[in-house]
Design a protein around this ligand. Structure first.
Ligand SMILES: Cc1cc2nc3c(=O)[nH]c(=O)nc-3n(C[C@H](O)[C@H](O)[C@H](O)COP(=O)(O)OP(=O)(O)OC[C@H]3O[C@@H](n4cnc5c(N)ncnc54)[C@H](O)[C@@H]3O)c2cc1C
Length: 419
């Protein structure tokens, strides 16, 4: 069968890997590299070379079974990483890190601040209440139940806990607008936190990174069909006809395929479908994406003022939250880089970074989850593969790498292929 796969992120590459031996595949990729959000940048300094991840960074031993299986089959090594979280206003008036008591009270006067203690004690209460919410029936993914905002208010958590701890954490996890977290489905969040061992202080998963950067697994995964990947080849549109699907690239002539796998984001997929059915339109538009600008840089002013408050993920807190998550990933810590400089990836604070310390600017996009979106995910089987077009991408799950792999396996299974 002649199959076009549009998008060479984790989802498209896994489908391509599983289909390339039995089918005549062509992978269209808009960018000049394969990997999508798995995007490792090589940085050469006078004395060193480093491979720094900028999009996908970490996975763990509990929530990424299919991705770990894939790495195992490819023989790609991983190494341990450390996960910790800090919140800082950037001025040093308010900051803490969850990594240790020293980090928690990085600002010593917080030891004597009642609302700070209440904020910390509310966390234990939140963990219990979230477990009760899950025990109360329903599935986090059914999109039902209260929104996070309603639920937090009903439970009477303190403002500092809501604004300076739980919203920053949730906003950082999904790179989501902190104000949008208010309408986020509470059960979806509770279920995610529970699965990731975040509703307790023990039994947390062990975090990992791909040794040498995520590009190492992309190379191994795509090696057998590298010649079938067309880089710098954005698809403009597609439509079904009586022979199959006509795929029109931005440059070049339209081509005929028997089937198409759309491994782009949901909004991009919908924009490509000239003849989208009402169902395709309604499901794909229920999970919109939001642009987040990432900058790889070495400006340590994007980390908390006090070094003892530095963490792997550092949330920049503002009294009036902006429209985007503002987070700095400390890559030396996450990837155990032994470097003379501190490598950071900062989301959505480009204007605050010293331009002389910027190494790369990249526009990424993340799915925005609402109750409608979570309900739309359930309709996958009604639409994918029903009319020659298949859909995969991390947006079919929680938006992470494992979700990308799982969505790809589901599509590959339709063609009778397994990992
Ligand atoms: C900054 C950041 C940090 C993250 N950190 C983590 C993490 O630590 N752990 C984790 O599990 N997840 C993380 N994620 C989530 C990440 O998005 C997913 O893990 C996953 O990589 C998404 O894969 P995908 O295949 O769905 O999409 P993508 O990787 O975005 O792939 C889609 C591909 O489609 C291509 N494309 C789009 N339109 C067209 C077109 N018209 N024609 C041809 N090609 C097209 C794009 O160029 C892209 O390559 C992070 C994301 C970001 C942005």
């Amino acid at each position: 069968m002649r199959i076009a796969i549009v998008g060479a992120g984790i989802s498209g590459l896994v489908v391509a890997r599983l289909l390339h031996e039995r089918h005549d595949i062509t992978v269209f990729e808009a960018a000049d590299y394969a990997g999508g959000h798995a995007n490792t940048i090589r940085v050469d300094t006078p004395n060193e070379t480093h491979h720094v991840d900028t999009g996908f960074i970490v996975f763990n031993d509990r929530n990424y079974p299919q991705f770990e299986r894939l790495l195992g089959k490819l023989g790609v090594p991983w190494q341990p990483s450390t996960m910790s979280f800090s919140v800082s206003d950037g001025r040093g008036d308010f900051e803490y890190s969850g990594a240790s008591p020293n980090g928690l009270f990085a600002k010593r006067s917080h030891l004597l601040t009642p609302w700070f203690h209440r904020m910390v004690s509310d966390l234990a209460r939140f963990n219990r209440a979230a477990r009760e919410l899950l025990g109360g029936g329903g599935d986090g993914r059914d999109g039902g139940g209260p929104s996070l905002g309603e639920w937090l208010e009903r439970q009477r958590f303190s403002r500092p806990f809501i604004e300076r701890l739980i919203v920053p954490q949730a906003s950082a996890v999904w790179s989501a607008d902190p104000r949008q977290m208010w309408s986020f489905p509470a059960r979806f969040l509770a279920e995610f936190f529970d699965h990731h061992g975040m509703l307790g202080f023990r039994g947390r998963p062990r975090w990992r990174v791909v040794a040498g950067g995520s590009a190492r697994y992309v190379e191994a995964l795509s090696a057998p069909f590298a010649a079938r990947i067309r880089l710098r080849s954005p698809v403009r549109a597609m439509r079904r006809d009586d022979r199959g699907v006509v795929v029109s690239p931005h440059r070049g002539e339209p081509e005929h395929f028997d089937q198409v796998v759309l491994a782009t984001h949901s909004d991009q997929a919908l924009a490509l479908l000239e003849d989208a059915s009402p169902l395709e339109r309604s499901v794909l538009s229920a999970i919109p994406y939001q642009i987040n600008e990432a900058v790889l840089h070495t400006d340590v002013r994007m980390l908390p003022r006090r070094r003892r408050a530095w963490a792997s993920w550092n949330y920049h807190w503002q009294p009036e939250p902006g429209e985007r998550a503002t987070v700095t990933y400390h890559m030396n810590r996450l990837q155990s880089l032994h470097a003379e400089r501190e490598f950071c990836v900062t989301l959505n604070r480009t204007e605050a970074i010293d331009p002389d310390r910027m190494l790369r600017r990249i526009a990424y996009a993340h799915p925005v989850y609402t109750a409608d979106g979570v309900a739309a995910q359930k309709r996958f089987a009604e639409l994918s593969g029903r009319d020659r077009i298949h859909f995969c991408g991390a947006y079919w799950g929680w938006g992470f790498h494992e979700d990308g792999v799982r969505s790809a396996l589901r599509v590959a299974e339709h063609f009778g292929a397994r990992l």
